[in-house]
Design a protein around this ligand. Structure first.
Ligand code: KMH
Ligand code: ZN
Length: 309
């Protein structure tokens, strides 16, 4: 049997990091569009996108902050657009799913459990901040509960069902796999499901190989052949665990949403730089990366012509 090709997802900006932390983090409409397009050119077949306020870089779930870059990305690339539904740790699920619904994306994230979700330790690294909102946002994350109850998940899934969106099921711990199994058994999600093992978030499972093997074994037990999987590791573990995942037959996610670095102690200059690095390693090790068309086939997506932007 031919070896499965590896899908590279690039998560371009996210909602954890702030402009002070890296000059490379895109936050304007133009910056997000440009870096997303370059990431696709470097080999990312899926672009996981959040929006930000064009002036201040504050995370935004306002569809008006998505439209300026979605059209440009669609014009310039064939990459699959995946819109986040986790762009705020404080707003309701209804607000969070608005962009995915409004633009009827091919994919969107679906966070599979409620949890602490914190990045407050990062605040200690900076004495001055580019924008007023950043310090409180980062420091205050020790008080966050990232709310994704069964009711929230059901509401998101049923509201988005008419759009035929494939979900990137973000599972931050082993229990989230059981939540997903429960939801699947109630008919909310159709095979093949796509699981993103999220590792190394403060509040979730740690980023190491033992934990990845445990997540994968548990998913095998629960979902058999009905799932495809990828790994996202936060911070320094990003590339090492992506390499491990690709060697285990999984897909990978990189991007400045998950890590600002290209190697220990060195900030990445762009999203494309991280995509090029993981691509180089995957290809050096004898695997091939998936084109957008191949990613659509592997994940059974509706296709780029059926989106609403
Ligand atoms: N920021 C990642 C750890 C989402 O966008 O819904 C998880 C994430 C969530 O990408
Ligand atoms: Zn995200």
């Amino acid at each position: 049997m031919a070896k499965q090709k590896t899908i590279i997802t690039c998560a371009v900006t996210g909602a954890i990091h702030t402009p002070t932390m890296s000059d490379a983090l895109p936050y304007t409409y133009d910056g997000i569009a440009t870096q997303a397009i370059e990431a696709a050119q470097a080999g990312a077949s899926i672009l996981h996108l959040h929006a930000r306020n064009n002036e201040t870089g504050a995370p935004s779930v306002d569809p008006d902050d998505f439209s300026p870059f979605l059209g440009r990305i669609k014009q310039a690339t064939d990459a699959v657009v995946n819109i986040s539904t986790g762009g705020s740790l404080t707003l309701s699920i209804q607000d969070r799913i608005k962009p995915a619904k409004t633009f009827s994306a091919e994919m969107c994230s679906m966070n599979m459990g409620s949890m602490n979700f914190s990045f407050h330790p990062l605040a200690k690294r900076y004495d001055t901040w580019k924008f007023d909102w950043e310090k409180d946002y980062v420091e205050g994350s020790d008080g966050n509960i990232f709310r994704n109850t069964f009711r929230d998940i059901r509401e998101a899934a049923t509201t988005l069902a008419p759009e035929r969106i494939k979900f990137e099921h973000e599972c931050y711990d082993v229990g989230h796999l059981y939540n997903l199994k429960f939801c699947m058994d109630t008919g909310l999600f159709k095979a093949p499901i796509f699981i993103q093992f999220v590792m190394g978030i403060l509040g979730g499972i740690g980023a190491d190989v033992d934990n990845l093997v445990f997540m994968k074994k548990t998913a095998d037990k629960l979902f058999g052949d009905d799932y495809r999987w990828s790994v996202l590791a936060a911070g320094a573990a990003q590339i090492p665990l992506a390499v491990t995942a690709s060697q285990m037959g999984g897909h990978v996610r990189v991007g400045l949403e998950d890590s600002l670095f290209i190697q220990r102690g060195e900030l990445a200059t762009s999203n494309a730089q991280q995509v090029a690095k993981i691509r180089r390693v995957i290809e050096d090790l004898g695997s091939e990366i998936a084109t957008p068309a191949e990613a659509r086939k592997i994940l059974d997506l509706k296709g780029g012509d059926d989106v609403g932007f």
